[in-house]
Design a binder for this molecule. Structure first.
Ligand SMILES: [Zn+2]
Length: 239
C-alpha cells in the first residue's frame, strides 16, 4: 500500500493529508475534538487538494464549532460565586435581587448583577452580554481614533456582534467593521490586535505578504496575540 501522511495548514486549520489507493477525496472532521483528515487518491496533485479544501473551509469550521460546543464548553449558570472574565481579569459574580432595574455593575473584583426574583439563566446571560457590550463600547472609540490616525483610513461604521467563528470582520466596500462580543472577555491587547487587523484590510483586502508586512509594522507581536486568542478556543478564525 502506497500511503504518505503529512499535515497541511490551511487558513489556520491543520489538515492531515493521507494518500491512499482510494477513488475519491474523502474529508472527515473527526470526534471528539474536530480533527480534520482528508484521504486523497494517489494520482490527485496537491494543488487540487488545496482547492478542494478551500471550498470546504466553511463546512469544516461549522463542524469544528459544533464539536467545541459539544466537548469542552462550560455552560455558565450565572449564580453567585461564579467567575467571569472582563478584559482578561477574573471577576466574581454576585447576584442581588431587586425590584428595580436589572443591571450589572462592576465593583472592585466583583460583578454585581441586580436581577428580579424568578429570572432565569437566559435573562442573566443577556444582562451580562449587555454589560460586555457597554464595556467594549467604552474601549473601542479611543482605540479607533488612535489607529485610524496611524493607519490613515477611517471606518464609516463599526459594531459589536456575537459571532461563532470570527473575532472580527471588515466590509471593505462599506468601510464597516464588526468585532466579536467575546473580545470583552479577552485582554485589551487582543481587542486592539483584532481591531488593527480589520482596519488594515482597508489598505489591503487579502491576507497576502503586503497585509502581513503592514501588521508587522503596526503590531510587531501580532502573531503572539493571534495565538493567545485562538489557544483556548476553537472558534476564532479571523477574516
Ligand atoms: Zn482578515
Amino acid at each position: 500500500m502506497n500511503s504518505r501522511n503529512r499535515t497541511l495548514t490551511i487558513d489556520g486549520i491543520d489538515v492531515q493529508l493521507v494518500r491512499k489507493r482510494v477513488k475519491h477525496l474523502r474529508l472527515v472532521v473527526a470526534p471528539p475534538d474536530g480533527r480534520v483528515r482528508v484521504s486523497v487518491p494517489v494520482f490527485v496533485p496537491d494543488d487540487l487538494v488545496w482547492l478542494f479544501l478551500q471550498g470546504k473551509l466553511d463546512w469544516i469550521r461549522d463542524k469544528q464549532v459544533r464539536f467545541a460546543d459539544y466537548v469542552g464548553k462550560v455552560i455558565p449558570a450565572y449564580i453567585s460565586g461564579e467567575q467571569h472574565y472582563l478584559f482578561g481579569q477574573p471577576f466574581t459574580l454576585q447576584i442581588i435581587e431587586t425590584s428595580g432595574r436589572q443591571s450589572v455593575i462592576k465593583q472592585a473584583d466583583t460583578l454585581l448583577m441586580y436581577v428580579r426574583s424568578g429570572n432565569d439563566a437566559n435573562t442573566r446571560s443577556k444582562l451580562l452580554d449587555n454589560f460586555y457590550r457597554n464595556e467594549l463600547k467604552q474601549q473601542i472609540p479611543g482605540l479607533l481614533e488612535l489607529w485610524q490616525l496611524r493607519i490613515g483610513r477611517k471606518v464609516m461604521e463599526w459594531g459589536i456582534k456575537k459571532m461563532k467563528t470570527r473575532w472580527g470582520s471588515c466590509n471593505i466596500t462599506r468601510q464597516r467593521i464588526w468585532l466579536n462580543l467575546e473580545l470583552a472577555k479577552r485582554p485589551l491587547s487582543a481587542l486592539e490586535y483584532v481591531l488593527v487587523h480589520e482596519l488594515v484590510h482597508l489598505l489591503e483586502r487579502n491576507h497576502n505578504r503586503r497585509f502581513y508586512a503592514l501588521m508587522d509594522s503596526y503590531i510587531p507581536n501580532w502573531r503572539q496575540q493571534k495565538q493567545l486568542l485562538n489557544e483556548r478556543c476553537v472558534k476564532g478564525e479571523m477574516v
